[in-house]
Ligand binder design. Structure first.
Ligand SMILES: Cc1cc2nc3c(=O)[nH]c(=O)nc-3n(C[C@H](O)[C@H](O)[C@H](O)COP(=O)(O)OP(=O)(O)OC[C@H]3O[C@@H](n4cnc5c(N)ncnc54)[C@H](O)[C@@H]3O)c2cc1C
Length: 416
């Protein structure tokens, strides 16, 4: 079933009786060539590109809950490619280019909206750092503009420019950045993968691996044993748990990260705005809610919920930046479990166990990476060689000292 304007019109006139489910609901088969663990954005995108682009068959995605029940359906929907380091920037720009053609590729409305991402700076030193980042972005083909205060004022007059502690001195703008409907992305990839023959198996938790002579042969699941040629793990906040079942200890800590949305308001915020002197960022959804977030919880946890002190801290950041926020009523708050790597950058690599591959360590920022991560992981699974833009995301970089420490914060997960 293809979606089109004509189709919507025809269905509207005939009582919407012709819509089919977006994907099948198959039972697991005893064996697959590829088993992808995790039906989030990255797992679904991986299966999609494996089948469609790399022409592989006999693929399944095993999801312990329902598709999109993890971080892909819980994030604040921001997409951007405003990175500094050579290990990161080309990968995120590749992702941005995939976002730009994604809805046509998937024939699915993922509400990709390039409304701009503005990072505010509050000191001269920060402006210098942003200039350097903007230049790095332009060198990899991304767009970046350094704005002075009057340009920021024109764009977002409601900000607290003359705050004595955090005066706004300008900003780095990426106009091609923006937002996308997060669960729509999961549904689009799920539908595309299903149409390409991938079995998407929900309520199927992986509980163990069968490893023989250093090679993975299959997975134990809540729906029985499934044998596999290759196994790709893409379970985000559960990475250390699942890899622990294979006897591997990860350079990753899991923490809860919260997000917040207010009641619907008339359009007020033009794009995504981030506070440069604290951890706070905000955008406005198409329904009108102000969507915002901030820091992770200070302790490691696998719980999909946060606590009030972080909520207070986030809202304080918001009030320092845009005092009008205090007049909006908070509608909902929720949490997800983020896989914080020790240098703040991801891992897309083989593991010491033959046939077992890892995609994880996405920290707060894996949603924007979804298309490139799926593509690069599928490339690795199909060809046993890394995608050119993801070569630096090696698991052994922590042993060898080749960190990709974008923020220069060191091995402190809460600072990335
Ligand atoms: C509140 C919040 C805000 C965020 N905001 C942004 C943002 O604005 N921009 C951005 O780029 N990123 C953001 N992120 C990060 C981003 O959402 C994640 O990095 C990304 O979604 C992770 O990849 P995923 O979609 O595959 O993860 P998930 O959707 O979490 O997928 C992993 C899946 O694995 C499944 N699973 C786990 N264990 C097992 C098992 N044993 N067996 C089978 N299945 C299993 C889980 O149920 C889950 O569905 C945010 C995250 C949170 C929590």
């Amino acid at each position: 079933m293809r979606f089109s304007g004509l189709r919507v019109l025809a269905e509207a006139l005939t009582g919407h009786k012709g819509w089919a489910p977006l994907w099948r609901n198959p039972d697991p088969k005893p064996a697959y060539d590829y088993v992808i663990i995790g039906g989030g954005g990255h797992g679904l995108a991986t299966a999609y590109y494996l089948a469609r682009t790399f022409r592989q068959a006999r693929i399944s995605v095993l999801e312990k809950g329902w598709l999109g029940s993890g971080n892909v359906g819980r994030n604040t929907t921001i997409i951007r490619s405003n990175y500094l380091l050579p290990g990161n920037q080309p990968f995120y720009e590749f992702s941005m280019k995939l976002w730009e053609g994604l809805e046509q590729e998937l024939n699915f409305n993922a509400m990709v909206s390039q409304r701009g991402v503005l990072n505010l700076c509050h000191s001269d030193a920060q402006r210098d750092a942003f200039r350097r980042r903007g230049n790095a972005m332009r060198m990899s083909g991304a767009d970046a503009e350094l704005l002075d205060v009057s340009a920021v004022r024109k764009m977002a007059p409601f900000l607290n420019f003359d705050n004595a502690r955090f005066p706004i001195k300008g900003g780095l703008l990426q106009r091609r950045g923006g937002t996308a409907r997060h669960d729509g992305v999961a549904w689009g990839y799920a539908r595309g993968a299903d149409m390409a023959g991938v079995d998407l198996i929900q309520n199927c938790e992986v509980t163990g691996f069968f490893i023989e002579k250093g090679r993975v042969r299959g997975v134990e699941t809540s729906r029985g044993y499934i044998s596999a040629g290759k196994v790709g793990v893409a379970v985000a906040g559960n990475t250390s748990r699942v890899m622990g079942m294979a006897g591997l200890r990860m350079p990753i800590e899991s923490h809860a990260l919260q997000a917040f949305v207010t009641e619907g308001l008339k359009p007020v915020i033009p794009g995504v705005i981030t506070f440069g002197a604290g951890h706070f960022y905000i955008s406005q959804s198409d329904k009108g809610g102000l969507v915002f977030g901030g820091d992770i919880e200070g302790y490691a946890s696998y719980a999909q919920r946060g606590n009030l002190p972080v909520m207070e801290d986030v809202v304080e950041g918001g009030m320092a930046l845009m005092p009008m926020l205090g007049r909006a009523r908070l509608l909902r708050a929720w949490g997800g479990v983020v896989d914080m790597s020790m240098d703040g950058s991801p891992i897309i690599d083989r593991t010491p166990i033959e046939g077992l591959y890892l995609n994880g360590g996405w920290c707060y920022g894996g949603f924007k990476a979804t298309p490139a991560s799926g593509y690069a992981f599928a490339h690795l699974l199909a060809n046993d060689s890394p995608h050119p833009t993801a070569r630096a995301f090696r698991l052994d970089r922590f042993e060898r000292g080749y960190m990709i420490d974008e923020k220069g914060a060191g091995a402190a997960p809460h600072l990335h």
